[in-house]
Design a protein around this ligand. Structure first.
Ligand code: ADP
Ligand code: ZN
Ligand code: ZN
Length: 756
């Protein structure tokens, strides 16, 4: 992202101006409402008496139920009695909120999003609030049952506790019940969850609940004060980083925490949070995928009370409750994935974005926002610090740091005895691979297992093999609806398209020549798993990819097995690279690293380098030294050489220079306009008409997308590059409300992550 400014907005999408122009009267006549519809405008509605009988008066930032095109809809009121209201607006049904759901900060941020990403404000607002809120859910935090010592018995119980006389309460042989009583005496009421967290069984609670000493009450849940964790002695680098962030409290400042894998970035976050929350307030921690990094959540929870999570594995009701706890100040820290960046806070003091380079922070459909970039804009808007952490910072963030917009904090060392592993290339040209594993690598794996270490093997494809081929004529199993090969999956054996999700049984014979022995080509995680199990029959092999770990519980169980286990071999995709701390892994083997350097996507080398460094970072995180081996057919490739010899920082600098020379992002801002249609010509024609309207920018295309057909729709794209943000914005404003022919779907993607 380039310069961050809250750009002034257009009429009708203007919130601040309208909101301040009209002081809220006690009885508004007209409410201007933003609705989740794909139109760049708001709608005026009248406020009839019937609405005031059915609910409160509408407020700016509150939800209002209306009918739109005969359908019931919930929108957000952005102004009352605007000076330029329509003459005869239709009536609202009723207002949902008596108090604003979104405050003026939030509304200004929504306007920024709508403006920057060229997306209708009504849809932005809908995307910023949880599903339950869009349905008009009540803003009530659910009460929970809690247990406490009966007030009328408190004196007796407390005396028994003082005298350590369980017997006087009839609990002489119920040590656990007596201990629970002591806990309740020290902490006050505790919920069932909090009691369980403290290690008391349900049976103990049930037995104690049957005595005269405790009673239940309904209350707003509050989590326990955190158990004390041994305070680590910060390394000098950590201490410097923490001091810098501390010095920036109470004002906007963006910090890029550039710390090698295992350098203790999490500890820096925790200390920074401690200072930020020292006299109250709240913080937001964004992580790429909670399911993949339960450890981060646990580490935050171990240090702070009132930590609330927000992620996709939660149901709508749970998400709404978490959101309300933040909005009403019950939660101190919100830790969540991408969309958590939109949560409302009573008193936000700091934002942390962990693994800021991670692609999952960019939404790929609908409102195509970057949660990382938005976090920076939000921090500026709220006047608070934001910390972006990564071992492999994105080129965007490095660029921003070089431009002086971010301050860089560097951690080069791993604390204690842990050392950064050395990367080595393994030339596999001319070698016979056994299920994708070279004899030399087999030897290295054997050595590490014999030394009691764990081995992590990485391969960036799930499934058994990338495709099924006929050795006679070269026919390949294609997806019928996409221009793509189908991936062969095992157990049960089937072909699956990773683009449209289509499945079919594997072909028995070639569709081209009828030959009956089709062969799987290439390596997927399932095939590597099978191959490793055959090569190392006495060692457990654990596969971790999206196919095995659909459930959070299963993933957590697998990760725990790795943490506790002895020698084993892990096989996995990118999932394994994401921030895990595996102290027993001493060898990381990248089975195939070549694909990434040959993609048409200008970001492919950056992405490949980040993945390799992140996977490599799983090795040698504790006392035992780690080794990293990368199998490659391209040992002389200059990018791979630079990465291995000079490390990520130098690799990134040279990539940045290459991007600058090519005048590509982050040097110049980019947008991609995509269109797809049943007939290839329709999308092309529409994009051509848009191109003719684009002024003051460079537009390339329209051209077919790298995978032109997906689900039988033909995809085309127009690449727009501008000298600065302002020109890009102005050009896109000129085309964004063009209407496409019926059969054409199209979208604008500002700062696209995938350039196809
Ligand atoms: P990163 O997030 O940078 O990859 P982590 O925060 O996971 O690294 O830290 C790696 C390991 O080092 C963890 O086990 C952590 O507890 C430990 N660690 C962090 N800081 C210190 C310190 N100052 N002294 C000793 N150990 C530390
Ligand atoms: Zn054939
Ligand atoms: Zn398909």
């Amino acid at each position: 992202m380039g310069a961050i400014t809250l750009v002034k907005h257009e009429k009708h999408s203007s919130l601040e101006e309208d909101a301040t122009a009209s002081p809220a009267p006690c009885r508004p006549r007209v409410a201007r409402i933003c609705l989740p519809v794909p139109l760049y405008r708001a709608f005026d509605y009248s406020v009839p008496d019937t609405a005031l009988e059915a609910g409160p008066a509408p407020v700016v930032g509150g939800r209002v139920a209306v009918r739109f095109a005969h359908r019931p809809m919930v929108g957000i009121c952005t102004a009352l009695d605007p000076a330029d209201a329509y003459d005869e607006p239709s009536p609202i049904e009723h207002a949902v909120d008596a108090e604003p759901l979104l405050d003026t900060h939030h509304l200004a941020l929504a306007t920024w999003l709508a403006d920057y990403y060229h997306y209708p404000l009504g849809e932005v607002l809908a995307a910023m609030i949880p599903a339950e809120a869009r349905k008009g859910g009540a803003t009530v935090i659910a009460l929970e049952t809690a247990w406490r010592i009966r007030p009328d018995q408190a004196a007796i119980v407390q005396r028994a506790i003082r005298e350590e006389s369980a017997a006087s309460l009839g609990l002489g042989r119920a040590k656990q019940q007596f201990a629970l009583l002591q806990t309740l005496n020290e902490n006050g009421p505790l919920s069932r969850a909090a009691i369980a967290e403290l290690g008391y069984s349900a049976a103990v609670l049930r037995a104690l609940a049957a005595t005269d000493w405790v009673e239940t009450l309904s209350w707003r849940p509050k989590s326990m004060p955190p158990p004390a964790e041994p305070a680590l002695q910060l390394t000098d680098e950590q201490a410097t980083a923490v001091a810098a962030i501390r010095g920036g409290l109470g004002q906007f400042g963006a910090f890029l925490l550039d710390g090698v894998t295992g350098s203790g970035k999490t500890e820096v976050y925790l200390r920074a949070l401690h200072s930020a929350l020292a006299d109250g307030g709240q913080a937001l921690v964004l992580v790429p995928e909670i399911g993949l990094t339960p450890q981060t959540v646990r580490r935050v929870q171990a240090r702070f009370s009132d930590v609330v999570a927000l992620h996709s594995a939660m149901n709508d009701a749970e998400r709404w409750q978490a959101w309300l706890k933040c909005a009403q100040g019950d939660a101190r820290i919100l830790i969540g994935t991408r969309s958590a960046c939109f949560a409302a806070f009573a008193d936000l003091r700091m934002i942390i974005v962990d693994e800021e380079h991670d692609p999952s922070f960019k939404q790929q459909d609908g409102l195509r926002y970057s949660a990382r970039d938005f976090a920076v804009v939000r921090a500026r808007q709220e006047g608070i610090p934001v910390v972006l952490g990564s071992a492999t910072p994105s080129l965007e963030s490095l660029h921003n740091a070089a431009q002086g917009r971010y301050s860089t904090l560097t951690l080069r060392e791993r604390p204690g005895a842990a050392e950064l592993p050395k990367l080595r290339l393994l030339d596999i040209r001319g070698h016979t691979l056994e299920e994708g594993i070279s004899p030399q690598l087999t030897h290295v794996i054997r050595r590490h297992l014999a030394d009691g270490g764990q081995v992590l093997t990485f391969i960036n494809r799930r499934g058994f093999a990338p495709t099924l081929m006929c050795p006679q004529c070269g026919w390949i199993a294609d997806c019928r609806d996409c221009d793509a090969r189908m991936t062969l999956h095992a157990r049960p054996e089937h072909l699956r398209c990773h683009h449209c999700g289509a499945r079919r049984p594997p072909a028995r014979s070639c569709e081209g020549c009828g030959h009956e022995e089709l062969v799987p080509v290439g390596q997927g995680t399932q095939r590597a798993e099978q191959g490793l199990a055959e090569l190392f029959p006495d060692t457990p092999v654990l596969r971790i990819d999206r196919d095995v770990t659909r459930s959070q519980r299963q993933l957590t169980a697998q990760l725990d097995a790795v943490l506790e286990g002895g020698p084993m071999i892990l096989v996995g995709t990118q999932m394994l690279a994401k921030g895990h701390h595996f102290p027993n892994v001493t060898l990381v083997a990248v089975l195939g690293a070549d694909g990434g350097f040959f993609s048409a996507d200008f970001r492919a080398p950056e992405r490949m380098a980040q993945t390799i460094m992140q996977v490599a970072g799983r090795a040698g995180r504790a006392e035992r030294a780690g080794e990293v081996w990368i199998q490659t057919y391209q040992p002389e490739h200059p990018l791979l050489q630079r990465l291995v010899k000079s490390g990520y920082a130098e690799f990134a600098q040279s990539e940045l220079r290459a991007r600058a020379a090519a005048e590509m992002p982050p040097t110049r801002p980019m947008a991609l306009i995509r269109a797809d249609a049943i007939h290839p010509e329709e999308g092309m024609t529409f994009l051509r008409s848009l191109k003719s309207r684009l002024a003051g920018v460079e537009a390339y295309g329209p051209a077919p997308a790298p995978i032109q057909r997906i689900s039988n729709r033909f995809r085309h794209q127009l690449m727009v590059l501008a000298d600065d943000r302002r020109s890009l914005r102005r050009a896109l404003l000129g085309v964004r409300d063009q209407s496409a022919p019926r059969n054409v779907r199209w979208s604008i993607d500002v700062d696209p992550y995938d350039s196809f």
